[in-house]
Ligand binder design. Structure first.
Ligand code: TPP
Length: 367
């Protein structure tokens, strides 16, 4: 049976617009969100996913070679991120965690800018105001509060921008995420809560974190929710467009739960073989987001050269990325104080003088 509404109600299925075999599944309301998509657009979505996967693989390799301190791979989550990010307007503002490399890239961050923080050469790899995306947040769930604060600003300015926050399944156990949802619901704020349920919070499976579906949590706060197959880029794009239109029209929050799977480790410091069965990963490999879109295009006889083109473009991007990453220069150590306060501050001044004197000792030793 085809569901007519995208809104999740208890017991409903997860919405997919493309099956695992690449067949188009009709949906009366969400289909209306993507009537403009041409074959070239679909090929473009494939290209986006292939490029970010390649950037991610290169970054993982760079970390393994000691060139980055840490990396949190997005492998497996390309569709959720590319589909949702492609639905945003440039004037919306994103507040994400440390895994949304595809979102940052599609907002305009250059590949090397995705790596700068992990190489320890910058507090934020990109200019947050330029691409309208805050620096990646490491404190789990804190970015949802930042989005709510920003949403309040949007409402006060009577603009129809949306604050979009990305977080994981584990983050929904954080008090700050509950507080963010209470505030967003009570004040009718234009915030999109985009939860990538990638099944794990490091080694903790989602079933242990939440006995109820995550989408249900939003309903408990009075926030309408949509639950989608997050490995289906069309579902991610259509649902995000639908949610954004709703938020702009009603000035009230929406929650999307995108069911996906983290195919890599939590970060390069993690060994997932210690807590997840190999067969589980194998099962999810058959639901690979790139494979699914490729199958859809193949069914329409439009997949010729798709992989080769994406691969050659991605390889070149990865080559330049590596070159630019290795060429990143160390910042002036005193820059660490630059953005603590927007005005002069005597505690910071004292710390800056201390560091300067300390560094001066090495200069004397060296001379
Ligand atoms: C407030 C806080 N508590 C704990 C941590 C340690 N930590 C880092 S990642 C992580 C798991 C997050 O899982 P999830 O929200 O599902 O996101 P994912 O990493 O799977 O994308 C934890 C507990 C942290 N960074 N911040």
């Amino acid at each position: 049976m085809t569901r007519t509404s995208p809104w999740w109600t208890d017991g409903d299925e997860t919405i997919a617009l493309v099956s695992e075999d690449g067949e188009r599944i009709p949906h009366p309301e969400l289909d209306t969100m993507i009537t403009d998509l041409t074959i070239d657009d679909l090929r473009g979505l494939y290209r986006d996913m292939a490029v970010v996967r390649r950037i991610d693989t290169e970054a993982t390799a760079l970390q393994r070679q000691g060139e980055l301190g840490l990396w949190a791979p997005l492998l497996g989550q390309e569709a959720a991120q590319v589909g949702s990010a492609r639905a945003l307007r440039t004037d919306d503002f994103v507040f994400s965690s440390y895994r949304e490399h595809a979102v940052a890239h599609l907002r305009g961050a250059k590949p090397v800018e995705l790596l700068r923080m992990c190489r320890g050469t910058a507090h934020s790899g990109w200019d947050p105001l330029e691409i309208r995306m805050a620096p990646m947040q490491i404190i789990i769930g804190a970015q949802t509060l930042h989005a709510v604060g920003y949403g309040m600003g949007i409402r006060n300015q009577e603009s129809d921008d949306v604050a979009v926050t990305y977080f994981g399944d584990g983050a929904t156990s954080q008090g700050s995420v509950s507080e963010a949802m209470v505030f967003a619901a009570s004040f009718n704020l234009p915030v999109l809560f985009f939860c990538q349920n990638n099944q794990y919070a490091i080694s903790e499976p989602v079933g242990l974190q939440s006995r109820a579906p995550l989408a249900q949590r939003a309903l408990g706060f009075g926030i309408p929710a949509i639950r989608i197959d997050g490995n289906d880029v069309l579902a991610a794009l259509a649902a995000t467009r639908f949610a954004l239109a709703h938020i702009r029209e009603h000035g009230a929050p929406v929650f999307i739960e995108a069911i996906t799977y983290r195919m890599g480790p939590h970060t390069t410091s993690d060994d997932p073989s210690r807590y997840r069965p190999e067969q589980e990963l194998e099962d999810w490999r058959t639901r690979d987001p790139l494979l699914r879109l490729e199958r859809l295009l193949a069914a329409a006889d439009e997949s010729t050269g798709l992989r080769d083109l994406a691969d050659s473009e991605s390889d070149e991007i990865a080559r330049v990325l590596r070159e630019e990453c290795l060429a990143l220069s160390d910042p002036d150590p005193e820059e660490i104080f630059a953005h603590v306060y927007s005005t002069e501050h005597r505690v910071i001044d004292r710390q800056r003088s201390f560091l300067s004197a300390y560094l001066g000792m090495f200069e004397e030793e060296g001379s």
